[in-house]
Design a protein around this ligand. Structure first.
Ligand SMILES: *Cc1c(COP(=O)(O)O)cnc(C)c1O
Length: 385
């Protein structure tokens, strides 16, 4: 048997971290739902909130293998993972440099919680490395990035970020949700801590809430000590569902990524559309960088409808593609950032961030691109009638 880091991606998805059914030799992992385990003469004191039930422990191995990391932890949501990771390495008087455009929930967590703990933070002006450099102070402990970022698919240079951070002895964290481990492995670029909303691609069927962290054994050990105090452990039934979902992670995300490239190219040619944001298009300002650091360009893209085409009417006319708050499921979905993720910002603040009213974020699913194209064509046609 090869070591897990030498196995193919689909083999890793299917086999690494299986719980062996020694008793009945069943084909899939049994679920151990016990919240109470013997303590006498057992080396591991098992308890769900210690993140060490059999199902939890084995799934950590699969996620670690997928992210080329030594170890991993699974949480009850992406935010449980992100908050535990940040709070592990920060204390009163510390400072964090955070990329300007990040997931709204992470932004809210930082601006509404950090002051209470006396933790300082600065947001960069853009995702360019110079903007990170100027914000580093004596007390900076973490550089936090997200690439590709939401909703304009900005690309941050991971190698430049880690080179900068290492010079100042700063920990780097990345939200790798949009790329998923299939399209990007930040550890290979020197990033210390990888964060995921497993509610998205890892779950992939829009039916489970979970989060994950992948990192070195040393960092995971430190995060674990904080995580058991916050208590964001995932129930074993959901751990099992996540394991099942991950078996098809590469099949799903590869198909979605291939479709997204086709959809981006189609949308770029569509005269009813002003602009398409997708790192796999040569028109993307960071196309070359994306090519260097991503294995695939991902399945998220955004586009702007031409002035005069009503974005809500367009989305309501879609018959296959669903307007939806979330993303990354097998099914294609759209969302208007103006009305959801960025609704709390003023129009001026939105425009400052490049988010126009006609912007639509598109999470591309596994449907045949011809069907998705036909759906978009008929929806635009109806709005223009
Ligand atoms: C959804 C999401 C999160 C938060 O995950 P939850 O599972 O909802 O807590 C974090 N980052 C990104 C990029 C996301 O899309």
């Amino acid at each position: 048997m090869k070591e897990s880091n030498k196995l193919g991606l689909n083999t890793t998805c299917v086999h690494v971290g299986e719980v062996k059914d020694e008793q009945f030799k069943g084909a899939v992992s049994p679920i151990y739902t016990s919240t109470s385990y013997a303590f006498d003469g057992v080396d591991v004191k098992r308890y769900p909130r210690y993140f060490n039930t059999p199902n939890q422990q084995m799934l950590h191995k699969k996620i670690a293998a997928l992210e080329h990391a030594e170890d991993a932890l699974i949480f009850t949501s992406g935010m449980a993972a992100i908050s535990a990771a940040l709070m592990t390495f920060l204390q009163k008087g510390d400072h964090v440099v955070v990329q300007q455009v990040i997931y709204g929930g992470t932004y809210n967590f930082i601006v509404s919680e950090f002051d209470k703990y006396g933790i300082e933070y600065s947001f960069t002006e853009s995702d360019n490395i110079e903007d990170f450099k100027t914000l580093i102070k004596e007390n900076t402990k973490i550089l936090y990035i997200e690439t590709p970022s939401n909703p304009l698919l900005g690309i941050t240079d991971m190698k430049a970020v880690t080179t900068l951070a290492k010079k100042h002895d700063i920990i780097t964290m990345i939200d790798n949700t949009f790329a998923s481990p299939i399209n990007q492995n930040p550890i290979d670029f020197g990033i210390d801590i990888i964060l995921h909303s497993a509610t998205k691609y890892m779950g992939g069927h829009s039916d489970i809430s979970a989060g994950a962290i992948a990192a070195s054994k040393k960092h995971i050990e430190e995060i674990w000590k904080t995580a058991i105090n916050f208590g964001g452990n995932l129930s074993d039934q959901t751990v099992w569902l996540l394991e099942r979902s991950l078996k098809t992670l590469n099949l799903r995300v590869s198909a979605q990524t291939e479709n997204a490239q086709k959809m981006a190219e189609y949308l770029e040619k569509n005269t009813n559309i002003d602009k398409v944001y997708y790192p796999g298009l040569k028109s993307h300002p960071k196309y070359e960088l994306a090519k260097k650091q991503m294995k695939g360009f991902g399945a998220m893209l955004s586009f702007e409808l031409k002035d005069g085409i009503d974005t809500m009417a367009f989305q309501n006319n879609l018959q296959l593609i669903k307007p939806s708050m979330s993303l990354a499921g097998l099914e294609s979905t759209t969302v208007s950032p103006t009305q959801t993720t960025h609704a709390l910002l003023s129009e001026e603040e939105r425009l400052e961030r490049g988010i126009k009213d006609g912007l639509i974020r598109f999470s591309v699913g596994i449907e045949e691109p011809e069907d998705l194209i036909a759906d978009i064509e008929q929806a635009i046609c109806k709005v223009k009638m």
